[in-house]
Write a protein that binds this ligand. Structure first.
Ligand SMILES: Cc1cc2nc3c(=O)[nH]c(=O)nc-3n(C[C@H](O)[C@H](O)[C@H](O)COP(=O)(O)OP(=O)(O)OC[C@H]3O[C@@H](n4cnc5c(N)ncnc54)[C@H](O)[C@@H]3O)c2cc1C
Length: 450
């Protein structure tokens, strides 16, 4: 439309503009052709049918793509709705490489976090991605938290963590001189990294192996065409034989779109951060966490030294009225309506309304946020922190109102749906990708790579 208006009759630059328009069209055709080249290789059935389409270019989708191209001879496409990879949970998280301390022994979280953590350190080393295995402290500030600290220590040992050490009040200050607490744990295997950089590195490995990444390609429709699926995107139809849904905050909707009832609903929880002013970075050497409330999958507001410098404080966990809503005022009629008409939501709200209200209060009150942080570092003054963005967690909620704790991967006919991949899914991403690739090997007929 814009080009037509520019070429309105009588304009002096008409000829040049028309030439420019044709050049632009030709370039677009050429670019589309180049972008589609990988589709034509491998074991595709027709020139534009992919073996596997992955929906979602977050860290889970990209780790899955990387595992598939490494294991199988496969033509693969990743469809991402935004203009860059890692635009949502992955690019707005705390950047912590979790040790595996918190998770129920034997759970998918525990297994994948432990394997994934070491794989993450190796990957960062191989790829030259900045990271630091700096260790962290979990700090109990009063007697009531000691039984939970004992349980964490027990879990850490049961999960096979190395070097977890129980500390008394004085020993805490050997690690973090400004911290106040009566006891704690030092966890040396925890680290920090930038997960956006990691996801981009996964992406390079995928494209180098012939896979295709297509951004600005939101999947909006699904149909079956013989033995193939056809995904509708804003950039045209994408036929594929198998599909993997790694849609994060939209994963339940994507599952439904593909005819699979997820049996849960994603509820978005915004996590807001503050940042320490540079003059006060010295208050925090590495990572300082409170003892978490075991009823919730969130870890409580904590201090995190960031890999590119600076110290973050947060995140809290506030119910969000929009799935990709990063501000307090973010609102989506569709997202809110879907949440408020879900039975599980009201059961959860009934159970946890007190906690919900106090999180909401802490979201609006800097004083309340500061108060929570000051329990760990009493010297912290309110003027030492200022707001610093937010992330939104995709938390799966079942119809009984229970927050789904463990990772959930659901297999359906020629499909795999990742329906719950909360923290520590970024840490565990390489292991999650391998797990899904193994499921794909069993359920899809994919030839092994030479
Ligand atoms: C505040 C916060 C702090 C966290 N801290 C940590 C931490 O320190 N360490 C850790 O290990 N984990 C942490 N996590 C958890 C971790 O970030 C997530 O578990 C992980 O990023 C999930 O990755 P994902 O690929 O499943 O989701 P996402 O990163 O959200 O990716 C999903 C992608 O799917 C795309 N998509 C959705 N629908 C469609 C569609 N229809 N068509 C095409 N594309 C679509 C989205 O645009 C998005 O890019 C944190 C999370 C949050 C929110």
């Amino acid at each position: 439309m814009a080009v037509r208006r520019i070429l309105a009759p009588g304009q002096p630059a008409q000829h040049e503009m028309r030439t420019a328009w044709w050049v632009a069209q030709a370039a677009q055709v050429l670019l589309t052709f180049i972008a589609d080249l990988p589709y034509t290789s491998g074991m595709t059935q027709s020139h534009n049918t992919h073996d596997v389409a992955i929906i979602g270019g977050g860290i889970v989708g990209m780790a899955t793509a990387m595992a598939l191209v490494r294991r199988y001879h496969v033509s693969l496409i990743v469809l991402e709705q935004e203009s860059t990879l890692a635009a949502h949970q992955t690019g707005n998280n705390s950047g912590v490489i979790h040790s595996g301390l918190y998770y129920k022994p034997g759970s998918l979280k525990a297994k994948n976090c432990l394997v994934g953590r070491e794989a993450m350190y190796r990957f960062c080393q191989e790829q030259g991605i900045a990271h630091d295995r700096c260790g962290k402290l979990v700090v109990a500030v009063d007697e009531s938290e000691l039984p939970r600290l004992d349980e964490l220590e027990r879990r850490g040992n049961a999960n096979g963590l190395k070097g977890v050490r129980r500390l008394c009040a004085e020993e805490l200050r050997d690690y973090e001189p400004h911290v106040a607490g009566i006891a704690g744990l030092h966890v040396p295997e925890t680290g920090i990294v930038d997960y956006k950089q990691v996801t981009e590195a996964y992406g390079r490995i995928v494209t180098d192996a012939g896979g295709t990444l297509r951004t600005e390609s939101r999947v909006t429709g699904f149909r079956r065409a013989g033995s193939d699926f056809v995904l509708t995107t804003v950039k045209g139809d994408v036929p594929c034989r198998y599909l993997i849904n790694c849609g994060g905050l939209q994963c339940d909707r994507v599952a439904r779109l593909c005819g699979v009832e997820p049996g849960l609903q994603v509820v978005p929880f915004r996590g807001e951060y503050y940042e320490l002013v540079p003059e006060r970075w010295g208050l925090v050497k590495n990572l300082i966490y409170p003892v978490p409330d075991p009823r919730f999958p969130f870890l409580g507001v904590h201090f995190t030294r960031m890999i590119h410098g600076g110290v973050e404080a947060g995140p809290n966990a506030v119910l969000a009225m929009r799935r990709e809503g990063y501000r307090r005022t973010s609102f989506s009629f569709r997202d809110s309506l879907q949440m408020l008409t879900y039975r599980g939501f009201w059961k959860m709200a009934w159970k946890y309304w007190r906690t919900g209200m106090s999180e909401l209060h802490r979201s609006f009150s800097k004083k309340a946020f500061h108060h929570a942080l000051q329990r760990l570092i009493p010297e912290l003054r309110i003027e030492d922190i200022h707001p610093h963005g937010a992330g939104v967690r995709a938390q799966a909620l079942d119809p009984s109102g229970a927050l789904v704790d463990d990772f959930r991967f659901v297999e359906a006919e020629r499909m795999i749906h990742v329906l719950n991949a909360p923290s520590p899914a970024a840490t565990a991403s390489i292991s999650i990708g391998e797990t899904i690739a193994e499921l794909a090997g069993r359920n899809f007929s994919l030839p092994l790579a030479a």
